[in-house]
Design a protein around this ligand. Structure first.
Ligand code: IPE
Ligand code: IPE
Ligand code: MG
Length: 231
């Protein structure tokens, strides 16, 4: 498909799945897969930006991922910290606004502080947003939003009221979800924001998801007829 025929989604969400299986196939520990998975993030985010996508969301750690062995959980947080440190230069140079969705109170203090500092440093970049979901779950997010409204003494709420209290209040809904590794489910990923998203599933494991794979997903999206309930 020619570049001019592409319909580029405004907001793409990635459920970066399959790191463990990728490592297992190579006889390596699961954490090796997370390492390699972190390595492809920069390429994929950069390619989205080059194509004209305005917002990218990444599922890095779910509220359900706490059920994994402590060693794996610790390693994922460590990796995220390393990733953010390595990525800082590019975030500033390319004017990428960082948003973090999720409860940062429960994650390691150094990672939390790194996130807060980068959010502050990049908050005025208007062009492109990178939303990373860390200790995130849709259900927890919606419950949090409702509790914040209760604290504000609301007695009844509208969709707009809830949207204002979501982590994603400053970015548009997700247009395209890409999930790697062959699983066909949302696993608590931005369920409110995905109400009308197109869902793209690929058997490719996340560490193997490169630019060419992204291109395939966007070509597929370009062929979808989005009706939003209309005809
Ligand atoms: C996704 O890869 C990364 C995280 C959940 C942090 P997995 O670790 O879920 O890999 P599989 O699904 O076990 O292969
Ligand atoms: C979803 O992947 C969470 C992330 C990619 C961070 P999981 O591997 O945790 O999802 P399930 O358990 O297969 O649904
Ligand atoms: Mg998985």
């Amino acid at each position: 498909m020619a570049e001019s025929e592409l319909v580029v989604p405004r907001h793409v969400g990635f459920i970066m799945d399959g790191n463990g299986r990728w490592a297992k196939k190579r006889g390596m520990p699961r954490n090796y897969g997370h390492d390699k998975g972190a390595d492809v993030i920069e390429e994929v985010v950069g390619a989205c930006r080059d194509l004209g996508v305005k917002t990218v969301s990444l599922y890095a750690f779910s509220t359900e991922n706490w059920s994994r062995p402590k060693d794996e959980v610790d390693k994922i947080f460590e990796l995220l910290h390393k990733f953010l440190k390595r990525y800082t230069h590019k975030l500033i140079r390319d004017k990428i606004r960082l948003i973090i969705s999720g409860d940062l109170e429960a994650i390691p203090e150094d990672l939390k502080n790194e996130c807060l500092s980068l959010i502050e440093r990049t908050k005025d970049f208007p062009e492109f947003s990178l939303n990373i979901a860390i200790n995130y779950g849709s259900r927890a997010e919606i419950v949090r939003a409702v509790n914040r409204l209760i604290d504000g003494h609301f007695t009844s709420v509208t969709e707009k009221d809830i949207e204002r209290e979501l982590y994603t209040s400053t970015i548009p809904d997700i247009d395209l979800v890409v999930r790697t590794s062959g699983e066909q489910r949302l696993s608590n990923f931005f369920m409110w924001q995905c109400a009308y998203a197109e869902l793209y599933f690929t058997d490719v494991l996340w560490p193997d998801f490169h630019k060419e794979e992204l291109k395939k997903a966007i070509e597929w999206f370009s062929g979808r007829k989005r009706r939003f309930g209309g005809i």
